[in-house]
Ligand binder design. Structure first.
Ligand code: SF4
Length: 607
């Protein structure tokens, strides 16, 4: 099949068996690739009611349809499973090179079930599939494990978990080439299956429909990217380049466990300060020339020797403002430790900020923790990461995530436990960004900015079909969030980076798909595919018992106005949230409890 690897590989780790089935045109035209294909395979095979750590849970990985082809910023691979953090279906999208290797080995998806008797390494060398004993890699940091596997087996691309995934930290991630499938704890699903790593090497050519046209389109889009303002700013300062603007001009940079929306001590965590001092070169995801990552090096002081790929905007919030931490070197060390233990920086930082508030309110003592852990104590942040990564002492509880910590501690702390559906939120204070607030509620994996990408509309007032968006109004947000979710799904099916959305939209996808797979899509065709996949995910979540009450925003968002800054006084009330949610369900063709109507399912070919 043009543009595809051609096969789907099914692995059972319990008995070491595997089989390959062919990718079909019927399947690909309904789900494209990447997240779409992974969601379809996953929902076909997994009972929504099972425990995420049950060996019958599957983890499916699938490169985007354009990943591995000459297409700008098409670097992404989707991982889909039932999340140990949220109990929902969850996807996590990674920029490492593993997806391109899969395609070159002839694979459009790998679906893994079962549980190995001993720590396992899954090795795929073109058509060869092997299960290797990984006991000697178990316990290793992610970087060390990947390095050792390459030394032992050769030039494979390796996706691995760290000690946190092995010990089932519910927000453990999967790492590949300094890129992570970060959110929703899918690294713990690897751990629950005794799967330490997957190493893949492929050497097959991928046939495309019109190779000359594909290359000329890729070059033209590349030129467009390089002329954009986003290219200049991102390659100089990374994804955090708009931190100061979000903080000062919009007043929606969550601070000190979301008590505030402005971080006054931000000077040194702003990339305009740190990039010239600590970033020694740019780093990029696989085959991307818009390199928004930085090789960050600390040379002196207590954190000397810290080296990492970062620091992303979300991490500057999570391990910075969320913890009241103004020290970029302590932040960098905490980021490096998250990557090494293999834990999501966003959830980790939100857990740490929550614990700091628990300490402040006397619900956890310094004696219990073993060190001073209050807002603004910079060295507490890397210490907390160690505690969580090792699941040491209270770290065992902290590795469960904010929702479960709040249920264990009780005594009213649920009111300032920041999560939606159990997922800790990213760096947008949705009291002053109501569309993004609805996006947090409706995201199938819990509080997430990427499912709808609505922050782009709330922060700038315009994007794609939309203009004049009022970030403080709930009106019209239901229909708009629905459309954005369907649109953003197309990026994740194609494997295209959402950081390119400012200049690379559906018209670009249509011509690239035509050249790659020889099929003509319209904008509406692609949006319908996005809608179909979002409905499949909703059906899974309904089956898992995720009802309307699970969509609730944290009480701090609905009851405590932002106290200072440009968005002072902004709050997203329960009434506004419920009204937006009802509007959204109506726009989706779902009933008041989120069940798709028969007509909607028939329209999507899911009936
Ligand atoms: S723009 Fe940044 S995040 Fe996106 S693919 Fe390129 S390097 Fe990766």
């Amino acid at each position: 099949m043009e543009g595809y690897g051609g096969s789907i590989l099914y692995i059972n780790l319990t008995d070491g068996s595997f089989k390959k089935l062919g990718m079909t045109n019927k399947f690909s035209s309904k789900y494209l690739g990447g997240e779409g294909v992974a969601v379809k395979i996953f929902t076909d095979h997994v009972n929504p009611k099972i425990d995420p750590f049950d060996q019958k849970n599957a983890i499916v990985m699938a490169p985007g349809l354009l990943t591995g082809l000459p297409a700008p910023t098409a670097s992404k691979t989707a991982f889909v499973s039932k999340s140990p953090l949220t109990g929902t279906i969850a996807e996590s999208i990674m920029g490492g090179g593993i997806g391109a290797q899969m395609k070159a080995a002839g694979l459009d998806a790998i679906a893994i079930t079962g549980k190995s008797k001993h720590p396992a390494l899954l090795l795929i060398d073109d058509d060869l599939v092997r299960f290797e004993n990984a006991s000697h890699y178990w316990g290793m940091f992610t970087r060390d494990a990947a390095k050792a596997i390459k030394e032992d087996y050769g030039d494979f691309v390796v996706a691995t978990i760290g000690p946190a995934g092995e010990s089932l930290v519910r927000y453990a991630c999967i790492e590949c080439e300094d890129r992570q499938a970060g959110r929703a704890g899918l690294g713990a699903v690897f751990g629950s299956k005794n799967l330490k790593a997957i190493a893949i090497r492929g050497s097959k050519d991928i046939t495309v429909h019109d190779p000359d046209r594909l290359i000329s389109l890729a070059l033209r889009w590349q030129e467009t990217i390089e002329k954009s303002n986003a290219f200049i700013e991102d390659t100089k300062y990374g994804s955090g380049e708009f931190l100061e603007w979000v903080n000062a001009e919009r007043g929606v940079f969550p601070t000190r466990n979301w008590k505030e929306g402005v971080f006054n001590e931000r000077k040194k965590i702003d990339p305009y300060y740190w990039a010239p001092r600590y970033a020694i070169k740019n780093k990029a995801c696989f085959a991307c020339t818009k390199s928004c990552g930085k090789l960050f090096v600390v040379r002196d002081g207590p954190y000397a020797g810290t080296v990492l790929d970062g620091i992303e905007y979300e991490t500057l919030y999570a391990l910075g403002s969320q913890c009241g931490n103004p020290d970029i070197e302590a932040l960098a060390r905490a980021n490096e430790l998250c990557d090494q233990y293999g834990i999501d920086t966003i959830s980790t930082g939100v857990v740490i900020g929550f614990v700091m508030e628990l300490v402040e309110k006397g619900l956890i003592s310094e004696e219990e923790l073993g060190f001073d852990c209050r807002f603004g104590i910079a060295d507490a942040v890397p210490k907390m990461v160690e505690l969580i990564g090792q699941r040491d002492g209270l770290g065992a509880l902290f590795g469960e995530g904010v929702l479960r910590i709040s249920k264990t501690i009780g005594r009213g702390c649920e009111d300032f436990a920041m999560h939606v559906k159990g997922m800790e939120p990213p760096a947008y204070d949705v009291r002053g960004m109501k569309g993004m607030g609805l996006g947090f509620m409706t995201s199938s994996r819990g509080a997430c900015h990427l499912r709808s990408g609505f922050y782009a509309l709330d922060l700038t007032g315009k994007f794609w079909r939309f203009s004049g968006v009022d970030r403080l109004s709930p009106i019209g947000k239901g229909e708009a969030v629905k459309l954005m979710e369907d649109f953003m799904m197309v990026y994740d099916c194609l494997g295209v980076c959402k950081f390119s959305r400012g200049f690379f939209k559906i018209e670009g996808f249509i011509e690239l798909l035509d050249a790659a797979i020889g099929k003509s899509f319209t904008e509406e065709d692609l949006l319908l595919i996005g809608e179909r996949i979002n409905n499949l995910k909703q059906l899974f979540n309904l089956g898992a018992g995720i009802g309307r009450e699970s969509y609730r925003l944290p009480k701090r968002i609905t009851h405590e106005p932002i106290p200072a800054g440009v968005s002072k006084g902004a709050v997203l009330t329960v009434e506004e949230a419920e009204r937006m949610l009802s509007d959204y369900f109506t726009a989706r063709g779902w009933d008041e409890n989120g069940f798709p109507t028969k007509e909607k399912l028939a329209q999507l070919g899911l009936g």
